[in-house]
Write a protein that binds this ligand. Structure first.
Ligand code: IPE
Ligand code: IPE
Ligand code: MG
Length: 229
């Protein structure tokens, strides 16, 4: 068994799922994908995971058509509105990483409200990565440290990242078949175990996640050291 504190997921394949199902619009896949977020969150919470970080919108996703961007912003607002009940019932704390300053103000308000309502919970923290890019995060961290007059070290770097206070990523999962990180948690996943699955995000199930966790538990994590004698 390995200690499993932090799972991060690149939820990819929504557009392809919609196409495969015969929907005219890619965004149908985003709508279906939001339902999986709920199921995976409940599973992670029951499993005793401390942090579940989900890539919802990257700094590069602004390149998408305006219609799709607007849809995603609205979907995140609706998602958070509906999910508050789930957070309260399961005592899940809500957090975000990424630069929120570029988001519509109604979504920013909803995020702030959801954080406030769930701030005292100590079980699972669900972290949504919104307008998140690892390079952007690292640059902002360096700036913050400079402003504070702090010399950065490997030990204090995380204090200046958006993930301040969170443990490094133990398992990094990408659905949708691509084997790349797309600017996600580059610093925090230096020693993550990587899992890639062809399953499109709207088809991903807690059962598949459970199978990955079983594999994770069998891995010998050495962190550069040698196997215990
Ligand atoms: C991931 O699904 C969700 C977001 C990036 C918001 P995609 O929309 O990238 O779906 P594919 O990869 O085109 O199938
Ligand atoms: C990564 O998926 C971002 C999210 C899942 C939010 P993309 O579909 O945007 O990534 P690329 O373009 O395939 O690398
Ligand atoms: Mg994609």
């Amino acid at each position: 068994m390995n200690e499993l504190r932090h799972i991060a997921i690149i939820m990819d394949g929504n557009g392809r799922w919609a196409k495969k199902q015969g929907f005219a619009k890619r965004v149908k896949g985003h709508e279906e994908g939001a339902k999986r977020v709920r199921e995976i969150t409940i599973f992670a919470s029951n499993y005793g995971v401390k942090y579940l970080t989900l890539y919802a919108f990257s700094t590069e996703n602004w390149k998408r058509p305006k219609y799709e961007i607007d849809f995603l912003m609205k979907l995140m607002d609706i998602y958070l509105k509906n999910e508050l009940k789930l957070f309260l019932e399961n005592e899940v704390r809500f957090e975000t990483i990424g630069d929120l300053s570029k988001l519509p103000s109604n979504l920013r308000d909803r995020i702030a409200y959801t954080k406030e309502q769930t701030a005292s919970f100590t079980g699972l923290t669900q972290v949504l990565a919104i307008n998140y890019g690892s390079r952007d995060e690292i640059i902002r961290a360096v700036r913050r440290a400079k402003e504070a007059g702090v010399e950065l070290t490997e030990e204090n770097m995380n204090d200046f990242l958006d993930t301040a206070g969170m443990p490094d990523v133990d398992m990094l999962i990408r659905t949708g078949g691509e084997q790349r990180l797309s600017n996600f948690l580059l610093w925090q996943s230096a020693y993550s175990e990587l899992f890639f699955t062809p399953t499109l995000w709207p088809d991903f199930t807690p059962k598949e996640l459970e199978g990955m966790i079983d594999k994770f538990n069998k891995i010998e994590r050495r962190f550069g050291g040698v196997k215990d004698e």
